[in-house]
Write a protein that binds this ligand. Structure first.
Ligand code: CTP
Length: 406
C-alpha cells in the first residue's frame, strides 16, 4: 500500500476487546511504510499493554496529558501537529460520546479536540456490542460526530466477544488498511461507475468435471480495489477464484461464460467504464451431461463436442452506449509471444478504445506483472511491478482517457 508510505498516523486506542486487533493493525501500518504514534486511554490499557504497542510501533506510547517526557509538557499539541491522520481503533461507544461533547479530560479525546481540523482528519473505527451500536444514543452521537467532521469507517457484522451476533464488531485490520489507503488516494475516478470481469470461467462437462482457463483473478481484483480507492463505484463479476472481495466493491459470483455474459449484460447499462480482465473460456461442451460420465472399461474416451461461448467484451463494445462513447471499454489480452502485434490486432477486432496486453505465462497466479497499454495514439509500457501498483497506474491512465464527468 504505497499510499501509506511516509504517512504519520496517530493510532488511538480506546477501551474494547478489539484492542487485540489494533496490535496487528499497527504492524500492518508500519509494514506499509507509515510511522505510528500510539496513544491509549486508561480503558484501552485494561485490554492490551502499552508495552506491546510500543514494541510494534517502535515509539513510546502515550496515555496521559500530564506526561512530563514532553519538554513543554504538552503532548496533546506536540503529538497531534505532526500527524497526517488520527485513527481511533477501536473507538468505543463512550469515546464517540466524549468526542460529541468535546471532552478534554484525558489525552486521546483532548488530542482530538486540539487537532487542527482542516489539516488533520479524524477517522473512527467503532467497536462495541450490537445493542450498544443500535442504541439511539450511539446512532445520534455517530451522526453528530460525522457532522463535526470525523469520518466513520463503519463496523463489521458477525460473532462478538460477548457471545452475541450482529453489527458492531471492529473492522478487520486489513479492511481498515483498505479504508485508509482509499482515504489517502486522490479521487481520480470519483463519481464513475466501473464494471469489471475477473478470473476464469468454468464450463461443465458433467457434474464433477469441466474445462477452465488459467487465471487467479488477481489483476481484476486489484483493479477493482484501486478503482474503489480512487472513488469509483465498482461492480465486480467474478468467475471461480479464491480471493476476498475488495472493501466497498459489489461482487457478483458466476461460474460459466454464459452466466458472466448475462451478469455483465444486466449491469452494463449502469456503468461508465467496462474493464474485461476475465479469462473467459472460448468454448464449452455442447451439452453438459446431467450425470457423471463413467468409464466403461473398454478404453474408449467420450467424444466431446464444443460450441463457442459468447464474446462478452465484443458484445458490450458493440452496444449503443459504448458506440456513443457513454461506456468506455477496456480489453485485456493474455498472449504468449509478439505481444504488441497480437494485442494491437485484438484491440481492432474487439473494437475497444484501450487494450491492455500482458504475457500470460509470465504472470499467471503471480503477484506482479508488466502491462502494455495500446490505444489509437500508440502503445505505452507499464514496467513490471506488483499487480496492486499496476492497477493504481492503470486507474490513473483510465481517468485521463475518460470524457470529462458531466
Ligand atoms: N473476452 C470476453 N469474452 C470472451 C473472450 C474474451 O469478454 N468470450 C475478453 C477478455 O476478458 C479480454 C479480451 O476479451 O478482455 C481478450 O481475451 P483473450 O482471451 O485474450 O482473447 P480471445 O478473444 O479469446 O482471442 P484469442 O484466444 O484468439 O487470443
Amino acid at each position: 500500500m504505497t499510499q501509506l508510505a511516509g504517512k504519520h498516523i496517530v493510532l488511538g486506542l480506546s477501551g474494547g476487546v478489539a484492542c487485540y486487533k489494533s496490535a496487528h493493525l499497527c504492524r500492518l501500518l508500519t509494514k506499509a511504510g507509515a510511522t505510528v504514534q500510539v496513544v491509549m486511554t486508561g480503558a484501552a490499557e485494561q485490554f492490551i499493554t502499552p508495552v506491546t504497542m510500543q514494541a510494534l510501533s517502535g515509539r513510546t506510547v502515550y496515555g496521559s496529558q500530564w506526561d512530563a517526557r514532553e519538554p513543554n509538557n504538552m503532548p496533546h499539541i506536540n503529538l497531534s501537529r505532526e500527524a497526517d491522520a488520527m485513527l481511533i481503533a477501536p473507538c468505543s461507544a463512550d469515546f464517540i460520546a466524549r468526542l460529541v461533547q468535546g471532552r478534554a479530560d484525558e489525552l486521546l479525546s483532548l488530542m482530538c479536540l486540539a487537532r487542527p481540523m482542516e489539516r488533520i482528519p479524524l477517522l473512527l473505527a467503532p467497536a462495541m456490542n450490537r445493542e450498544m451500536w443500535a442504541h439511539p444514543a450511539t446512532q445520534r452521537n455517530l451522526a453528530q460526530v460525522q457532522a463535526d467532521g470525523a469520518q466513520v469507517l463503519g463496523v463489521g457484522v458477525g460473532d462478538q466477544a460477548c457471545g452475541e451476533t450482529g453489527d458492531g464488531r471492529m473492522l478487520e485490520p486489513e479492511e481498515i488498511m483498505q479504508e485508509l489507503a482509499a482515504f489517502f488516494t486522490p479521487g481520480h475516478l470519483a463519481g464513475r461507475r466501473l464494471l469489471i470481469t475477473a478470473g476464469p470461467t468454468f464450463e461443465a462437462i458433467d457434474p464433477v468435471r469441466g474445462i477452465t482457463n488459467h487465471s487467479s483473478g488477481k489483476m481484476g481484483f486489484a483493479i477493482a480495489r484501486a478503482a474503489r480507492e480512487a472513488g469509483a463505484e465498482v461492480t465486480l463479476v467474478a468467475g471461480p477464484v479464491h480471493l476476498a472481495t475488495p472493501r466497498g466493491v459489489k461482487r457478483i459470483d458466476v461460474q460459466s461464460a454464459r452466466q458472466m455474459f448475462d451478469a455483465v449484460q444486466r449491469q452494463a447499462d449502469e456503468a461508465d467504464v467496462f474493464v474485461a480482465t476475465a479469462a473467459v473460456a472460448d468454448w464449452r461442451p455442447a451439452s453438459a451431461a446431467e450425470q457423471k460420465l463413467k468409464k466403461d472399461g473398454s478404453g474408449q474416451v467420450p467424444a466431446l463436442a464444443f460450441v463457442e461461448n459468447p464474446d462478452i467484451l465484443a458484445a458490450v463494445a458493440q452496444s449503443p452506449r459504448a458506440q456513443s462513447g457513454a461506456l468506455y471499454c477496456v480489453g485485456f489480452a493474455a498472449e504468449s509471444h509478439d505481444l504488441l502485434q497480437h494485442a494491437s490486432a485484438k484491440r481492432l477486432r474487439k473494437k475497444v478504445p484501450l487494450l491492455v496486453g500482458n504475457i500470460g505465462p509470465a504472470t499467471f497466479g503471480q503477484d506482479d506483472n508488466a502491462l502494455l497499454l495500446i490505444d489509437d495514439q500508440g502503445s505505452r509500457e507499464l514496467p513490471r511491478a506488483s499487480k496492486d501498483e499496476l492497477a493504481r497506474q492503470l486507474v490513473i491512465e483510465l481517468a485521463h482517457r475518460l470524457p470529462a464527468a458531466r
